[in-house]
Design a protein around this ligand. Structure first.
Ligand code: TXA
Ligand code: MG
Length: 308
């Protein structure tokens, strides 16, 4: 379904980044490349701009957004950096880690960004184009994944346009995202305790896993290609689009070499292909539950859960 905007495709160069900064300054929406997935950015200090994110995505307003900044100094102005948060930031930023911290009361973020919680999610992304954009603007960027709420996350500009063409002002096309899975989200409590709210590209072995309470957006049904998905499939029916791994080739293979990182980077691409195919159902061969395989299987289980 097309919306009322003409969505510009921008180049990932100086001119494109300057145009994106101009649109964002005026309160517009720009889909931006990051090392994880494409994000749908708006200035995080504007109620109007942030409201447009929720509208374009059809996102429930109880689901808060991640605040993207370019520097640790800027990040510190939004959340309480207890020593464990400082340690994780030093170790993994810029990169695919989001920290959920106690928010500082005097920050000027639009209230919809945190959806009424007293915590805030913050990330310094590593992608060069996103970094250049952040240094071109003097406000933080709120950015969820650039897809309609509940659907497959985008790892290319074409994926973004599949669900948001005509609903946003622009997309910066910088090719495919390297990691291909959303950032690892870790909540750091006042006492230094950490809870992994969403598994992702960064593995935090010692941290515990907290299933629901504080990641309101981690709904059971998510990343949906709009057709039934069967997991751990060992025999494939004729009417099934098969997502393969290793020597189980399939119609789209996550990694014929059995490389888990490559599999993560190709997951959403294969789900988009499966969604587009004529086949009415999807089957996915077993994916090892090791390392980033845990994040892959987390996304697949949600994709396989029917909505409602
Ligand atoms: O890699 C990523 O994280 C991408 C790129 C664009 O940065 N962004 C992304 O955003 O995946 P989104 O909105 O699709 O997922 C953000 C998740 C949601 O599940 C949301 O509920 C959770 O972060 N979240 C945001 N603020 C939170 C908070 N204060 N406490 C707990 N969870 C929070
Ligand atoms: Mg998302």
């Amino acid at each position: 379904m097309r919306g009322k905007y003409v969505t510009e495709t921008l180049q990932p160069d100086k001119g494109g980044i300057a145009r994106a900064a101009q649109i964002l300054s005026a309160g517009g929406l720009v889909a931006v490349p990051t090392e994880t997935v494409y994000g749908l950015a708006a200035r995080a200090d504007s109620d109007k701009a942030v409201a447009r994110i929720y509208q374009a995505k059809g996102r429930p307003t109880f689901n808060p957004l991640i605040v993207h900044v370019g520097t640790l100094q800027h990040a510190r102005s939004f959340g309480e950096f207890v020593p464990e948060a400082e340690r994780l930031a030093e170790l993994y930023w810029p990169g695919p880690l989001t920290l959920v911290l106690q928010s500082l009361s005097e920050t000027r973020l639009a209230s919809a960004v945190t959806a009424g919680l007293d915590t805030v999610a913050i990330r310094i992304p590593a992608h060069q184009v996103m970094r250049a954009l952040l240094s071109n603007v003097d406000f933080p960027l709120a950015a969820p994944s650039a897809n309609r709420s509940g659907f497959i996350s985008p790892t290319t500009a074409a994926h973004v346009l599949t669900s948001l063409d005509g609903r946003i002002d622009a997309v910066i096309d910088a090719g495919a995202c390297a990691a291909g899975l959303e950032s690892t989200i870790v909540a750091v409590r006042d006492n230094g305790r950490t809870d992994v709210l969403r598994p992702g590209p960064i593995e935090l072995g010692a941290a515990t896993t907290n299933s629901t309470i504080e990641a309101p957006g981690q709904l059971a049904s998510h990343y949906s290609p709009g057709k039934p998905i069967r997991l751990e499939a060992t025999a494939i029916a004729k009417d099934e689009f098969c997502i393969g791994f290793g020597s189980s080739l399939g119609d789209c293979n996550l990694s014929s070499a059995g490389d888990m990182k490559e599999a993560a980077s190709r997951l959403y691409g294969c789900l988009h292909d499966a969604a587009r195919s004529d086949k009415p159902r999807i089957a996915v061969v077993p994916i090892p539950e090791e390392g980033i395989g845990m994040a892959i299987n987390d996304r697949l289980r949600r994709a396989a859960t029917p909505p409602g």
